[in-house]
Write a protein that binds this ligand. Structure first.
Ligand code: PMP
Length: 397
C-alpha cells in the first residue's frame, strides 16, 4: 500500500540542525539556520516579550479558539508596522489582514488564495531565494519560475537582467520580492531600484507579493518597509507576508501575518472573507499564545518602543560582526575582497564558498553553513569569530 511513497531527503536547512546536534566537536558552531543568537551564543527572550508573557500568565486564563483571522490587536500590529500607523490605506480600510502561523503560514494562505482566484498566474521568485518559497507555491499547484537576482562573481544584484525578465512576464503573474534583508544573499535593492522595479510591475499589471521576515534588521522599521509603502502609494494591488519569528525572537510560537492591499474597502472585505475561508479549510485558526504576545507588545506604546530598541540592538550586533569578520578575513586572505560582508543586510551572508569548502568547514571545523554558501551572521560572537575567520581563511587558500 505504501511502497510507492517516495523517500523525503529532508530539508536542506532543517536537516543541518540534527547533524549539528549529533556532532561531537566541542568547537562546533551552527551558522546554518536563520536564528539570532546573542553575544553569549544564546537565543534571547526579549524584555518586552517577558513583560507581555507575565501579563498573559497572571492570572492564568482559559484558552479558547481564536477567530479564523486571529486577534484584532495582532492584525492591527501587522498593519501599523508594515504600512505605517497613520497610513491612508489603513484609514480607508483597504487592507485585508489575517494573523497567520508564522511567515510560512502567510505564504501558504497567500499561495492557496492565488491558486484559487488567479489560476493562470505563474509565480516568479528571485534566483536564488529561500528554498521554501518554491516548495510552498509549488505545493499550492502554482508554476514557479525564477527571475535573475544575484551575481556570485561580483556579489551584486543583476539588476538589468531582473528588469528585462520582469518585462517579459504576463499580466497577473505574481512576483515574490524581499523588501529587506534578502534571504539568502543579504543583498538588497536600493530605493531607486525599487522605484524602477515597481514601475515595471505596474506597467505589466503584475501582482507583487512582498515577503518580509526581517523588518528592523536592515536599516530601521520604516526604511525596511520602503518597497511596501511605495507600492501602496502607487496604487498597486499587493500581497504582504510578514513574520515575527526573528524580530520578536518568537520562532516556535509561529506568529506572522498576511495582508492584501485592495483598490477599495468593499473588495478588501471580500478578500478578507476568502482569506478566512482558506484558513478554515487548512487549519481553522491561528495559535493563541503567540498572538497575545504580539497583540500586547505591538499595541502598548512603552513596550513597542522597548521592542524597537531591542531589535535595533540585535541589528547593530550583527553589523558589528560583519565588520569584524571582514577585517579579520582581509588580513588573513589579502588577495580577496570581503567587502560583500558589509554591503549585505540582515542575518545572512552569501559567502561564495563552494559546496566543497562548505563541507570542509563542517567536517574539519564543525562549522555549519548551508551548502549554497549561506552563512547566518547572527551566529557569530566575540568568542567564536576568530575561530570561524581562521577556518574560512584555511579553506579559501
Ligand atoms: N520568508 C523568509 C524570507 C524567511 O527567511 C522565513 C524564515 N526563515 C520565512 C519567510 C518564514 O518565517 P516563519 O519562520 O515565521 O515561518
Amino acid at each position: 500500500m505504501f511502497d510507492r511513497i517516495e523517500h523525503y531527503a529532508g530539508d536542506p536547512i532543517l536537516g543541518l540542525v540534527s547533524q549539528f546536534v549529533a556532532d561531537e566537536n566541542p568547537n562546533k558552531v551552527n551558522l546554518g539556520i536563520g536564528v539570532y543568537y546573542d553575544e553569549d551564543g544564546k537565543m534571547p527572550v526579549l524584555e518586552c516579550v517577558k513583560t507581555a508573557e507575565e501579563r498573559i500568565a497572571d492570572p492564568i486564563k482559559p484558552r479558547p479558539y481564536l477567530p479564523m483571522q486571529g486577534l484584532a490587536g495582532h492584525r492591527k500590529g501587522c498593519q501599523d508596522l508594515l504600512f505605517g500607523a497613520d497610513a491612508a490605506v489603513l484609514q480607508e480600510e483597504r487592507v485585508a489582514t489575517i494573523a497567520t502561523i508564522g511567515g510560512s503560514g502567510a505564504l501558504k494562505v497567500g499561495a492557496e488564495f492565488i491558486n484559487q482566484w488567479f489560476p493562470d498566474a505563474e509565480c516568479y521568485v528571485s534566483d536564488p531565494t529561500w528554498g521554501n518559497h518554491i516548495a510552498i507555491f509549488e505545493g499550492s499547484n502554482i508554476t514557479v519560475k525564477k527571475y535573475p537576482y544575484y551575481d556570485k562573481a561580483t556579489n551584486s544584484v543583476r539588476f538589468d537582467d531582473m528588469i528585462a525578465c520582469l518585462k517579459g512576464m504576463n499580466k497577473n503573474d505574481v512576483v515574490l520580492l524581499h523588501p529587506c534583508c534578502h534571504n539568502p544573499t543579504g543583498m538588497d535593492l536600493t530605493q531607486a531600484q525599487w522605484d524602477e522595479v515597481l514601475d515595471v510591475i505596474k506597467a505589466g499589471e503584475l501582482i507583487p507579493f512582498m515577503d518580509i521576515a526581517y523588518q528592523g534588521f536592515g536599516e530601521d522599521m520604516d526604511t525596511d518597509a520602503y518597497a511596501i509603502r511605495k507600492a501602496v502609494d502607487m496604487g498597486l494591488p499587493l500581497f504582504v507576508s510578514n513574520s515575527f519569528s526573528k524580530n520578536l525572537s518568537l520562532y516556535g510560537e509561529r506568529v506572522g501575518g498576511l495582508s492584501v492591499v485592495c483598490p477599495t474597502k468593499e473588495e478588501a472585505e471580500r478578500v478578507f472573507g476568502q482569506l478566512t475561508f482558506t484558513v478554515r479549510r487548512i487549519y481553522s485558526s491561528p495559535p493563541s499564545h503567540g498572538g497575545h504576545v504580539v497583540d500586547i507588545v505591538m499595541n502598548d506604546d512603552a513596550l513597542h518602543e522597548q521592542w524597537v530598541g531591542e531589535v535595533y540592538a540585535m541589528r547593530d550586533r550583527i553589523k558589528a560582526m560583519r565588520s569584524k569578520l571582514q577585517a579579520v578575513l582581509e588580513e588573513k586572505v589579502p588577495n580577496q575582497n570581503f567587502d560583500y560582508l558589509t554591503r549585505q543586510n540582515g542575518m545572512f551572508s552569501f559567502t561564495g564558498l563552494t559546496p566543497e569548502q562548505v563541507e570542509r568547514l563542517r567536517a574539519e571545523y564543525g562549522i555549519y553553513m548551508v551548502s549554497n554558501s549561506r552563512m547566518c551572521v547572527a551566529g557569530l560572537n566575540s568568542d567564536n569569530i576568530d575561530y570561524i575567520a581562521n577556518a574560512m581563511a584555511a579553506v579559501l587558500q
